[in-house]
Design a protein around this ligand. Sequence first.
Ligand SMILES: [Zn+2]
Length: 280
Amino acid sequence: MKMIDAHAHLCHNPQGMDAIVESGVFEQIWLMDLSGIGSLGPYELATQEEVLETVKRYPGFFLAFGFVDLDHAKPEDILRLRDRGFVGLKPYKQLLPYSAPQYFPLYECAQACGMPILFHTGLIAQGQPYAGKATHAYGPENMRPIHLAAIAEAFPNLQIIAGHQGWPYMEEMEHNLYFYKNITGDISGYLRSVPRLNEILDRRAHDGTDRFFNHKLHFATDEFYGTPASNARALRLASFWESYFEFVGSLYYRWGLPEEQEKFFRGNALELRHSFQNKA
Ligand SMILES: [Zn+2]
């Protein structure tokens, strides 16, 4: 079964993309543009143009979420991202909690445009130390999963993807999945939660649907595609998760049944995809 990587990034001057597309492992890869923040750890990030060029070069394979600076963007900036071909949005390290009302006009615009937002939650890479002016958030506080609940309530038609499992705020993440129809999550970036996932995936949501949590979580790698090491790691992560579902899930749990696995690896992402207004 081909997978959809629902949360990934792109490096500057990406290499080896043909091989990734032709690997037969992925059906789609959703690229989160982080060009607005410059560099991240060891990675030099792709520019907005490079992200869009990659989307164009491989029609239907890559989808792009545009970086939105919640502290400075205006609704018109979101319209501009939409018109350039971004299907969704990705904020990062904003100065206030995600649920701050001053961000609501942006969420309102995203909802009206049918653009999902992938919000990072929990543990986050450390950035530049304070130097006289706070230019971004420090630590994960503003990106706690619980802030997404307010947004889900205020904007019931906005599709919210909570990046990662929100560690160390796992209860908040589970609360969101349990109760809000328009919040789903991806499992990238934090393998620490794997033992807990065995049970979480079998939990029933109380969100007005008949979904279990395996119907609300997306496979994702959070890899920075475009370097040989990242490309290789993404393929290893794909086979790790495949093995986990085969050798743990299918033997011991409901979520390991083939039709339930399929939701996690691609079905949930496709379902979400149908709600996007930009079909590019
Ligand atoms: Zn990421």
